[in-house]
Design a protein around this ligand. Structure first.
Ligand code: NAD
Length: 406
């Protein structure tokens, strides 16, 4: 590393540190490992979900998110917290067949051989089948593409407590020769779909109008939602706010967050227009009602959820016993996070809340030592100049005066 980069010994030591992840485990997780990368881990409080209280671990770099989630959850508690349901842990595996002589006939033949194909798929994973999961159904469709028609076979798989990508991909690969033989075409891709629209969570909560700051705030949030509903530029940020919560819990619990992001945004676009993953309305009592619906492909038995010691400790802290329970918690956190962002935006704006933590981060990046961080941050907030150049000046001034005093 030293030969190839301009890194100092200190910087190399920083890179090499793997924190709570033992180096040998890190080495087995990915390739070309040189060290670890640690995010701060916070615990969001006040979450009551389906009548149960949860301490929610969140790992991320963005200030305010953990505080906002905890605050939103506190307000939701007034009316009983979050209610969340799920559609079960069902994923879709796709098998692409090209050069099919008669696509529509091939589709009918595939459907006629459904039970044989499902049996072949289930033979790959006796463990999953013994737990009540496995390939449960099969779809076939003819796609018209820029390269001509293709036949797509879809395995519908209950993946139990697994996220399921490996399980589903193994099944898709195993049935491919059979699919080729039935269709007379050539199989190309055999892969899970991250548009997990059969693995949804639906979270809802009623936010008491007095708890949120009055009916004006309720009206403001409903108008903010209407903006996102009508405009993809706003909607992207609306959904990003939801993912602040979902991804932070996902990282803490060792989930594949790329899969979560892909699922969320493709689901938001399913109508052909990009839409919010939540809805907000005022009920007849004047309270705010929020609902979230999105895919949540998470697991407890595979991937980093099993191998990463911090993820295991976080899952234990959360106390979830099944993948669907984890998905439900993440749905509630997504809804809470969206509420918190909309409430801040529709009232004082988010910068005020962000200010203190942001100022501290700016102070740290300008070189403030532990003793100076709060002093520099406070001064910048008072001056309403939370800027790197001002932080640098203050650090220089204050370090000088500290040295002189010593
Ligand atoms: P996995 O293969 O490690 O674990 C799943 C297996 O665990 C099942 O096949 C089953 O045999 C066994 N199992 C034991 N107890 C179980 C239970 N209670 N419920 C269900 N299965 C049980 O992992 P996985 O979840 O199939 O795959 C997840 C990994 O795949 C993630 O790390 C993800 O990053 C990766 N991945 C994702 C994609 C994608 O999303 N496009 C593609 C490839 C790989």
């Amino acid at each position: 590393m030293k030969k190839l980069t301009s890194l100092t010994d200190d910087e190399i030591r920083t890179l090499a540190s793997t924190g709570g992840l033992p180096p040998d485990i890190a080495d087995h997780m990915i390739e070309n490992v040189v060290g670890g990368f640690t995010f701060p881990l916070g615990i969001a409080t006040n979450f009551r979900i389906n009548g149960r209280d949860y301490l929610v671990p969140m790992a991320l770099e963005e200030p305010s998110v953990v505080a906002a989630a905890s605050n939103a959850a506190k307000m939701a508690r007034v009316k009983g917290g979050f209610t969340v349901t799920n559609t079960g842990p069902v994923m879709i595996g796709q098998i692409q067949v090209v050069n099919v002589p008669k696509p529509e006939t091939a589709k009918s033949k595939l459907l006629a051989r459904k039970s044989d194909i499902l049996k072949k798929a289930n033979d790959q994973d006796p463990m999953l089948v013994s737990l009540g999961g496995g390939a449960k159904d099969l779809n076939a469709k003819v796609l018209s593409t820029i390269k001509g028609p293709m036949v797509i076979t879809e395995l519908i798989v209950n993946t139990g407590d697994a996220m399921g990508a490996n399980a589903v991909n193994t099944m898709a690969e195993a049935v491919a020769p059979m699919v080729e033989e039935i269709t007379g075409g050539r199989v190309l891709l055999r892969i899970i779909s991250n548009l997990a629209d059969r693995r949804l969570v639906r979270a809802s909560a009623v936010f008491d109008k007095s708890a949120v700051g009055g009916e004006d705030v309720v009206d403001g949030i409903v108008l903010a939602y209407a903006f996102a509903e009508a405009d993809p530029y706003r909607c992207a940020t609306h959904n990003k706010g939801i993912m602040n919560g979902v991804v932070a819990v996902g990282i803490a619990c060792g989930q594949d967050i790329r899969a979560l992001e892909a699922g969320a945004h493709s689901y938001a676009s399913r109508s052909g227009k990009y839409k919010p993953l939540t809805t907000w309305e005022k009920n007849k009592e004047g309270d705010l009602v929020g609902e979230l619906e999105m895919p949540m492909a998470v697991g407890l038995v595979g991937g980093a959820a099993k191998t990463h010691p911090t993820a295991r400790a976080d899952i234990k802290t959360l106390g979830v016993k099944t993948a669907t329970e984890l998905a439900e918690v993440m749905g509630a956190v997504g809804l809470a996070q969206n509420f918190a962002a909309l409430r801040a935006l529709a009232s004082e704006g988010i910068q005020r809340g962000h200010m203190k933590l942001h100022a501290r981060n700016v102070a740290i990046s300008a070189g403030a030592t532990e003793k100076l961080v709060d002093i520099v941050a406070k001064k910048m907030i008072e001056e309403r100049k939370i800027r790197f150049d001002r932080a640098k000046e203050l650090v220089a001034e204050l370090s000088g005066s500290k040295k002189r005093a010593a």
